[in-house]
Design a protein around this ligand. Structure first.
Ligand SMILES: N[C@@H](CCC(=O)N[C@@H](CS)C(=O)NCC(=O)O)C(=O)O
Length: 380
């Protein structure tokens, strides 16, 4: 049994799926979009050009890093990536949503706002992903067209010269706290990676940990975090750096105090945008039929929005397209929270109270979403 991971080295969400496959010890091979089969077989099956895509030997073809993990978890439960203990599982799901979605504008900012300083690298990486067996010049030229498409995402993500200083300040606060955490612990929740680690790998590897400008920042300012990005792509669970550490989550459902420090920053910076996203989603979804594709214009995309949002954030007004996919991921954490028994809920409430997460877990979506044909749609 060998899985095929369609994606590329420079792709944000491929980095999440790859790290998951590596840490699970699942046999897989990688294929880039440049492979003729991508256009011939994969594209028609998923309906649009996006990665990562997992292909199984039974012929299943799945897009979306979260769906890929869900499918593989249903078949390969060990080693666990969803902690059994309730508070840790909640924290893992929250980091998955935060990493996979909230940090996307940050990752795209550092990739595209410093283009001059890293143009050659980006051209090589985009070229490598999409075209094979051509000269360097041909690759560079082909890459330029695709790069213009991705560079064009910035306004919808709220990345402008006026917002960049706040985006960078928030990022530096976050990575400083993560650096302190990884001084003591190999993974977010202790000695085993969790779904939250994989979500964080999405932005922190391919863009922030690999593109020249942000990688330089991460190495200089948060070397322990940089080291974690390496650890997350190496197959042994323990890499020898933490003698005496066991390959298990922290005992007794505990959250390491250094992670609580990260969570304080995470929740404070995340809340204002989420509040705006929820209001926008609730307004858009009111009265719509089950099965409606989540999208402002009815056209399904992998990063849909359902209108523009504006909110106060770190002393500025932040304007961007709403992020329903972030709400979809947050709702997984909320659903887990809602199912907790009374004792676990009390402990979860204490942890959220200590770290400023109470308002986030209680945000209320009027409608549920589900996934159909690789797209988000309204549920019943
Ligand atoms: N929610 C999706 C997002 C996938 C995604 O955004 N992939 C990027 C590459 S990292 C892509 O293919 N973008 C093409 C597009 O947005 O049209 C996932 O988790 O897999």
């Amino acid at each position: 049994m060998t899985y095929t991971l369609w994606g590329s080295a420079h792709s944000l969400y491929t980095g999440k799926a790859r790290s998951y496959l590596v840490k699970k010890g699942l046999p897989f091979r990688e294929r880039y979009l440049s492979h003729p089969d991508f256009a011939a077989r994969i594209l028609p099956a998923i309906g649009k050009s996006s990665v990562p895509v997992l292909e199984t030997e039974q012929g299943e073809i799945v897009q979306d890093s979260g769906d890929i993990i869900d499918l593989l978890e249903s078949r390969h439960p060990a080693p666990v990536v969803d902690p059994v203990s309730p508070v840790q599982k909640l924290v893992s799901l929250l980091f998955d949503a935060f990493g996979s979605e909230y940090l996307l504008p940050t990752a795209m900012h550092y990739r595209w706002s410093y283009r001059e300083q890293q143009e050659e690298f980006l051209r090589a990486e985009f070229g490598r992903a999409i075209i094979a067996n051509r000269t360097r010049e041909e690759r560079r030229d082909t890459a330029a067209k695709v790069m213009a498409f991705f560079n064009g995402f910035l306004p919808n993500l709220g990345v402008f010269p006026e917002t960049a200083p706040a985006i960078e300040a928030a990022y530096l606060d976050l990575i400083d706290a993560l650096d302190e955490h990884f001084q003591w612990h190999p993974y977010l929740l202790g000695g085993l990676p969790s779904r939250g680690d994989f979500g964080m790998m999405a932005p922190l590897f391919a863009h922030l940990g690999r593109d020249p400008v942000p990688a330089g920042i991460m190495k200089a300012k948060a070397p322990n975090l940089f080291r974690w990005t390496e650890r997350m792509n190496s197959s042994p669970v323990s890499d020898g750096e933490y003698p005496g550490y066991t390959d298990a989550y922290a005992a007794e459902d505990a959250i390491p105090p250094t992670l609580e420090a990260v969570m304080r920053i995470m929740f404070a910076d995340w809340l204002p945008g989420l509040v705006a996203d929820v209001a926008s989603f609730n307004m858009w979804s009111a009265g719509k039929e089950a099965g409606t594709v989540v999208s402002h214009d009815g056209n399904g995309t992998i990063h849909p929005h359902v209108g523009k949002v504006a909110f106060d954030w770190r002393g500025i007004t932040y304007r961007r397209g709403s992020q329903p996919h972030m709400l979809w991921m947050l709702s997984a954490a909320q659903a887990h929270y809602d199912r907790l028994d009374a004792t676990a809920k009390t402990r979860a409430d204490e942890a959220l109270g200590r770290t400023g997460g109470t308002d986030i877990i209680s945000l209320k979506l009027d409608r549920r979403m589900t996934r159909r044909n690789n797209l988000l749609v309204l549920a019943n």
